[in-house]
Design a protein around this ligand. Structure first.
Ligand SMILES: [Zn+2]
Length: 462
């Protein structure tokens, strides 16, 4: 059965490529508000054509969410959910594209378009998999849920509330996130989580206006206030100095350590590319990877005060601003840490410094021993014929926590269309057509070989 399904998918490759090009030709730039409604509607149509009942849900002051559902007969057959986003990054700078970003040109076995890798190729592969399974088997043997948002590239500001309000429509045994892809050596990459984040702006103010610096003995200098305050947050030993910050940080489990030990890490190449003699604190190998994925960070992203033009200007600035992001791990919670940060500054004598908070994401992880995660990893290995690289989490952030933490559903990402030269967020974004077709095969295999009762047995065996 699987063999004929795989052959059928190969025979339909041209049609699947055309569907994806159609989706890519519809711009959907969330940061610029371009083509959003049209793209949501097109997506709904493509889903309906594949036999997925789909609906566009308007979001107050936000971009619509497209939800899709497949009822695969009996409830006991289980349910898999998919998260994707239909919005894309702005295509600029346009002059660096070899063909226009929304033309979806094909060259050398690749499709070039803004969003083709991040994330339209993945959502389309999932839709085509459903279509193929229905064509060959008559019906999809399990239930499926599709959650496709239109604001991922601007930080998913409305997704948490949407998930809260529509939790009853989103239930599933496990979710497959955006998709990932393969690495330099064509090994499939699977990720099982994401770090959290808080993003803040610090504002220090002094006099009503800039002053002559000769008045320095009398007038407070917000640039110094800010620098002193920042230096209480992290020390030259790279440790965050806010008391309690590390309380909810947990060491990697044995299984996670093993995954890190097995994970490829081209550290010399990375250092060379960045022009670094060594990583911070001389970190190497396993310890470097552990720091990358398992430690919280405090990063000054921007710092601004006073005169920065040519020559000298003896000025005493009236304000200073810094932007910082803090990446969170394990059980660290944004709201609790924001409160800790404020209290810390007050305790250190910096209650004059205003803290404005922008975004907060919880960290989220699914254990590699979770039965659904294990099923997912095994299926990737089966379809790709290559041992996957499994990362317990990523160093970046994503709204996984809404499904993983709030709904208690395991989440994994993998089997997607990306490869190292996909140029995600950059000019000439592209995917290889062979990766797209393989991704369709993977999803088709995932939804036709899923047996929840087997998962329960794996869980009991531990
Ligand atoms: Zn992106």
């Amino acid at each position: 059965m699987i063999g004929s399904l795989m052959r059928y998918i190969e025979s339909k490759a041209d049609e699947y490529v055309e569907d994806l090009r159609k989706l890519c030709r519809q711009p959907s730039v969330s940061a610029q508000g371009v083509g959003i409604e049209e793209c949501a509607e097109l997506l709904r149509e493509l889903m309906e054509e594949a036999g997925i009942s789909a609906r566009v849900y308007p979001v107050k002051e936000g971009n619509p969410v497209v939800l899709g559902e497949v009822r695969g007969g009996k409830e006991k057959n289980g349910c898999i959910g998919f998260y994707n986003h239909y919005d894309v990054q702005p295509p600029e700078p346009l002059e660096l594209w070899e063909t226009p970003p929304f033309e979806a040109a094909i060259r050398d076995g690749k499709i070039y378009a803004r969003g083709v890798s991040d994330n339209k190729g993945n959502v389309m592969a999932r839709i085509e998999a459903v279509k193929a399974v229905r064509d060959v088997l008559g019906e999809v043997p399990i239930d499926l849920k599709f959650l496709v948002e239109g604001e991922e590239e601007v930080g998913s500001p409305h997704l948490p509330n949407f998930v809260k309000g529509h939790a009853h429509l989103l239930k599933a045994d496990g979710y497959i996130w955006e998709g990932d892809g393969v690495d330099e050596k064509n090994r499939p990459v699977i990720t099982l989580g994401a770090k959290g984040i808080i993003y803040v702006e610090f504002r220090a103010r002094g006099a009503k206006r800039d002053a002559h610096s000769s008045s320095a003995p009398l007038i407070p200098n917000p640039a110094w206030r800010l620098v002193w305050a920042l230096s209480t947050i992290k020390g030259p030993d790279e440790k965050i100095r806010i008391p309690g910050w590390y309380d909810d940080v947990v060491e990697p489990s044995d299984v996670e350590r093993k995954l890190l030990e097995e994970a490829p890490f081209e550290e010399e190449e990375k250092k060379r590319e960045l022009g670094l003699k060594e990583f911070l604190g001389g970190l190497k190998g396993f310890e470097a990877l552990k720091a990358l994925y398992f430690s919280p960070t405090a990063t000054i992203c921007g710092l601004d005060a006073g005169y920065k033009g040519p020559g000298a200007k003896t000025v005493l600035p009236c304000e200073a601003v810094a932007k910082m992001d803090f990446r969170l791990v394990e059980a660290q919670k944004p709201r609790k840490l924001l409160k800790m940060l404020r209290e810390h500054l007050d305790r250190e004598g910096f209650s004059d410094i205003e803290v404005v908070s922008y975004s907060g994401y919880e960290p989220a992880k699914t254990s590699p021993s979770d039965p659904f995660a294990r099923y997912f990893i095994e299926t990737v290995e089966k379809v790709y014929g290559n041992k996957p690289v499994v990362l317990p989490t990523t160093a970046g952030t994503s709204p996984i926590y809404t499904i993983r933490n709030w709904m208690g559903i395991p989440v994994a990402s993998g089997g997607g269309v990306g490869y190292p030269r996909s140029n995600v967020h950059a000019p000439n974004e592209n995917i290889r057509i062979e990766d797209y077709i393989r991704s369709i095969k993977f999803v088709a295999t995932l939804i036709t070989s899923y047996k929840p009762e087997r998962l329960r047995k794996t869980a009991e065996k531990g």
